[in-house]
Design a protein around this ligand. Sequence first.
Ligand code: F6R
Length: 242
Amino acid sequence: MRIIRAKDYKDMSRKAANIISAQVILKPDSVLGLATGSSPIGTYEQLVKWYEKDDLDFADVTTVNLDEYYGMKPENDQSYHYFMHDHFFDHVNIDPSRINLPNGMEPDEKKECARYDAVLRSVGDVDIQLLGIGRNGHIGFNEPDDCFAKGTHCVELTESTIEANKRFFVSEDEVPRRAYSMGIHTIMTAKKVLVVASGEDKAWAIRESCFGPVTPKVPGSILQLHNDAIVIADEAALSLCG
Ligand code: F6R
């Protein structure tokens, strides 16, 4: 696991965007695993800027997203579909037919998990998986648990995650309680994993994920076993790492 120290959020975002753009330049038909949330917004902004300057071309790229809220319509501005279009897809030349996310509107969990796993198999190995990390160490929506979930599954979000996500909703009652998430096994099969973390509220999760025991109680800790995992964290997120 390589840890790259960034000065602040902006520096973290530029460094992450540099790694993703190198991937796309080296392999124009890359499969990019993408994340939502506040951590990668600056990375997407930077990638969009470079695309606008004609430095990047996403025409042949395929994307797979980590997760989506259960029961949430794609047009809802809190959905991860909406987020991805708003922050990235609508501003670059990604072919819409190569964009893949779990379908939050599929009520049949078994059916949707099987469908998304089949999509993930059909696109092949993810070349680079961008990840944020939850305060409790979750990656995707793989919440702390007694074992690592392998494939796509429907999760009950923890109180800590609901609490962290309520800032995006009018009230806590509106925060969805469940989500579809890519599993840990799928994340671990990505050729490269890139975690972005900023701010003091991520310091515990970063310390435990990078230096603590590998345990499903801290899902991010599994990344210590990945042979090409990069963590780009700012000073505040690294503040407990010594
Ligand atoms: C989002 C995702 C989550 C977030 C995590 C951190 O697709 O999978 O694991 O990365 O909750 O969220 P932020 O970046 O908002 O702190």
